[in-house]
Write a protein that binds this ligand. Structure first.
Ligand code: SAM
Length: 243
């Protein structure tokens, strides 16, 4: 898979040389390119922003620079613009389901905004050349899209075949079945007067699976009841009584 990230802070993406993504890049599984948006800026100051129409505080990233940058980056692979991902607090939430869809694309481009964000015409224009998806990391506002790019690259990479040592671990992760995962334990059996649940040491695979399923349901109901609601909806149930 090829991933392009466009940003005014290319060094911010340095962690993508490390750990799982770094290994995937060295193994040739992820072909990652980080581009400095200012390469497409013109003028002495290489400005990438301007004051907002309609007034208000802050600056808006200019469409002329973003347009040139995205045209060039998306054209890097002939006939394959890939999916353009635009992080923004105004996007639909990032979910494992969306990440799994993106992991099947041949290429992704991530446009990192700064200041008050990117001019609203940029995603509209980009959609003329290929799919565009806006996404939000959550209901809070960051200073820029670089953290969101790090999140997406890592989340997508672990679903690319060959990246995880054991692909089964992604299949059992939280959200893959719509629920949060049960807690996990390792040696020692007893630690600071806390014991590993005996069923996990019983060797009874059926009992272990049931225990994990129960804890998973319990945890999801306590922390993320919205996930249970969604699961019930997906399963086609008509009513769900949480009492
Ligand atoms: N004025 C914008 C608004 O209120 O929607 C916020 C702009 S924010 C300061 C600058 C950039 O940070 C955005 O263009 C986006 O790239 C990124 N960003 C901030 N919060 C984010 C979030 N929750 N999810 C994804 N990206 C975010």
């Amino acid at each position: 898979m090829r991933i392009d990230v466009v940003t005014i802070f290319p060094d911010y993406l340095a962690p993508l040389d490390d750990a799982i993504v770094g290994r995937a890049r060295r193994a040739g599984l992820i072909d990652l390119h980080v581009h400095d948006l200012r390469r497409w800026a013109t003028g002495v100051h290489q400005a990438v922003d301007d004051s907002p129409y309609g007034g208000g505080p802050g600056m808006v990233m200019t469409p002329t620079v973003w347009g040139e940058a995205l045209d060039a980056v998306r054209a890097a692979v002939p006939d394959d613009p890939g999916v353009l991902l635009v992080p923004t607090p105004a996007g639909a939430p990032l979910t494992q389901r969306r990440v799994a869809g993106w992991a099947e694309a041949s290429r992704l481009t991530i446009a990192c905004g700064r200041y008050e964000g990117i001019d609203g015409r940029v995603p509209v224009d980009a959609a003329r050349r290929g799919p565009v998806e806006e996404f939000s990391l959550g209901d809070y506002v960051l200073a820029g899209g670089e953290v969101a790019a790090l999140v997406v690259v890592e989340a997508v990479s672990r679903l690319v075949p060959g990246v995880l040592g054991n692909p089964a671990s992604a299949e059992l992760d939280s959200f893959s079945d719509g629920l949060l995962e049960a807690p996990a334990y390792t040696r020692p059996e007893s630690w600071r007067e806390l014991d590993v649940p005996p069923v996990l040491r019983s060797g009874d695979h059926g009992a272990v699976a049931r225990w994990r399923r129960d804890r998973s349901l319990e945890r999801t109901a306590a922390v993320r009841p919205d996930l249970l609601d969604r699961l019930v909806e997906r399963l086609g149930a008509t009513a769900f009584d949480r009492r």
